[in-house]
Design a protein around this ligand. Structure first.
Ligand SMILES: NC(=O)c1ccc[n+]([C@@H]2O[C@H](COP(=O)([O-])OP(=O)(O)OC[C@H]3O[C@@H](n4cnc5c(N)ncnc54)[C@H](OP(=O)(O)O)[C@@H]3O)[C@@H](O)[C@H]2O)c1
Length: 292
């Protein structure tokens, strides 16, 4: 029997991962590991851990684990490590890629909306502002949020991750560099602000895209609706309705009032599911089906 282990099984992503893995039809033995556990030989290890833990564990596990799926950002931009959203770039996984990274949650919402348009439009410029949920910051942030007087209560905080010397945050640069890697568009222009809002679950993005030609709104809606796990809704949809759902939702598509090649729209999705555990589960399913 194949073995799949979740490392960091008590965390926000680790807990969701346990529920997600029950959706896989292929048989395997699931093993759970916390902070102090020894990790034996496995077919697949899913690291639901922060960067320093993934940085330490991945090389240690290399010789006794066939494939590592890392949910942290530690190896996402490392050459030779595929950064995978199964709906978009499953081809990036091969027998020669024993370490696979799952992308940043906010980036996932952006590229899910762009991937279906890519064969039909060239993206000249992309701008987004994110409205990111508390659950995206892990269980410590959620505990803080649930403590009376939390800074995040009824607030929005325009700083996620670390503030870099160039004035951007690490979260903002993920939106730029990870999007380029996943979409395989090395010169993609992405401008963004990332903001934490006092919403418990589900990230949202307000997105503006400048295309190379006039936007055909009906075609774009159809492309979104034909894409797996993506839905365009004429009615407004918010984090409240998206929470717990596998679908990435888009609403409020409109053409710019002055430029016919510019579109604006709103995306919302469950950051713990498509932004993390569901994406990880899809990668594991693909590995079990094709490589193990
Ligand atoms: N939350 C999201 O929406 C989201 C989305 C995409 C990606 N991610 C990424 O996924 C990773 C996990 O995020 P999270 O939100 O689940 O964080 P979290 O709630 O803080 O969970 C982290 C888990 O790692 C465990 N851990 C710490 N040191 C360990 C060790 N040496 N060995 C094994 N386990 C260890 C912790 O154990 P204890 O329970 O003992 O503290 C905790 O259960 C992070 O890299 C995050 O950036 C998160």
């Amino acid at each position: 029997m194949h073995t799949v282990g979740i490392i960091g099984s008590n965390g926000m992503v680790g807990q969701k991962m346990q529920a997600e893995l029950t959706k896989i039809k292929r048989p395997f033995d699931l093993k759970l590991f916390g902070r102090h556990d020894e990790i034996p030989a496995l077919d697949i290890a899913i690291l639901c851990t922060d960067n320093p833990v993934s940085r330490k564990l991945a090389p240690e596990l290399k010789n006794r684990v066939k494939f590592i799926v890392d949910m942290s950002s530690e190896f996402r931009m490392t050459a030779g490590v595929p950064l995978v959203i199964p709906e978009i770039n499953p081809h990036a996984i091969t027998k020669q890629t024993p370490l696979i990274a799952s992308p940043n949650c906010t980036t996932t919402g952006l590229v899910m909306s762009l991937a279906p348009l890519k064969p039909f439009y060239h993206f000249k410029e992309i701008f987004f502002c994110s409205y990111q949920a508390i659950s995206g910051g892990g269980k410590k942030l959620l505990d803080d949020f649930n403590t009376p007087g939390s800074y995040y209560e009824k607030n929005c905080v325009p700083l996620i991750g670390s503030l870099l010397d160039n004035g951007h945050t690490s979260e903002e640069l993920k939106g730029l560099y990870e999007s380029r890697k996943i979409l395989e568009i090395p010169d993609l222009k992405v401008y963004c602000h990332t903001v934490r809002v006092g919403v418990e679950n589900c990230h949202s993005l307000g997105i503006t895209v400048k295309l190379d030609k006039k936007a055909d709104l009906e075609q774009i809606k159809n492309l979104w609706n034909q894409f797996p796990n993506l839905t365009y809704r004429e009615k407004v949809i918010t984090p409240k309705e998206a929470s717990g759902k596998e679908t990435t939702f888009i609403c409020r598509l409109r053409q710019d009032v002055e430029e016919e090649n510019v579109i604006h729209y709103f995306v919302t999705f469950d950051n713990l599911l498509k932004g993390a555990a569901m994406n990880g589960r899809q990668i594991v399913d693909l590995l079990l089906e094709r490589f193990i």
